[in-house]
Design a protein around this ligand. Sequence first.
Ligand SMILES: *Cc1c(COP(=O)(O)O)cnc(C)c1O
Length: 404
Amino acid sequence: MSQTPTRADFDHYMVPNYAPQKAVPVRGEGSRLWDQAGREYIDFAGGIAVNGLGHCHPVLVEALTTQANTLWHLSNVFTNEPAMALARSLVERTFADKVYLCSSGGEANEAALKLARRWAHDHHGEHKHRIVSFSQSFHGRTFFTVSVGGQPKYSQGFGPVPGGIVHGQYNDLDSVRNLIDDDTCAVMVEPMQGEGGIIPGKPEFLKGLRDLCDAFDALLIFDEVQTGAGRTGSLYAYQQLGVTPDILTSAKSLGGGFPVGAMLTTDRVAPAMAIGTHGSTYGGNPLASAVALAAVEFIDTPAVLEGVKHRHDLFREHLEAINRRHGVFKEIRGMGLLIGAEMASAYEGRAKDILPLALEEGLMALIAGPNVLRMAPSLVIPDADIDEGMARLERAVARLVAGQ
Ligand SMILES: *Cc1c(COP(=O)(O)O)cnc(C)c1O
């Protein structure tokens, strides 16, 4: 038997692109985790908005193990029942007519961007290739998606970036009016910016994007990788914003922890992705599809979605109470269970300092940029875990305030 790995093995054997925390979690159940030393944590991070049903949810374990004993992988030389069932389920629950399956959010966005370019190419010609996106946006780490994303630090230093991409200001429709024209093939936007700082899109802004896209025959792409799969209290955020995109991408909570992504679109657009235009070895993999199908069917129910709204209120009440006592936040915002607390000016840029303190108190949380504490817990986190997690967060905040 080989020796049990420790955190030091990360530095020895893995490329240094991450800086993981010291603790190494080994087991999870619901919204609790345990590390190698047996320390217990409450999970407000949810694997960065991925563990939508917490850890090892019995419904997902059942779907995974049943499929694991049936059929793992075929490639797209064959189709399979779980992939077709997942696609049908997503079509029946959304605006979409057609679905493309893949394994991550970045891949779903890569497919969306290639589809938009190809659709415009086929219908209008080579000139119509410009993509409008937004400063601070995040769309994944492939070279195309970091280029469309609005955080230059992720695309610099890798050589020439793909051309034809421009960035407007989020929630500023005039900035888009200045960029969009007949050469624009798509506008890509997160209905609420996640990595950019938990910034909800204003309904008038998102509706205005729809109108501009219609006026210039450009496609509206909603990146719902973080906001989707129940995160905001509806299966997808667009369903409560009154704006319907032409293409929507989903991943993260869609698989509840199993790698899966999906791109949804309409019969008007889908034919541009003709045979041979795009593909992925793992896209529509039976294991991933079976888990995602179980997740979608469990999440898209009144019990879970209304539960998200109830838990949102509980999170907000707790955060406001903590803020009344310690005055560390400027604003608490978000939708559903994607919540951000922006630091007050006295604590500017110090959201990340809360994380190690919170871990010491037994709580996992996230940041979204240097100034926003972010929470993206399980959609079914028990109220008691919220209460206990918030007590731990308050102890961490008190230590930050005390300068410890
Ligand atoms: C996380 C995220 C992505 C990237 O997803 P990966 O699975 O890491 O490739 C893309 N868009 C948004 C909005 C995200 O939050």
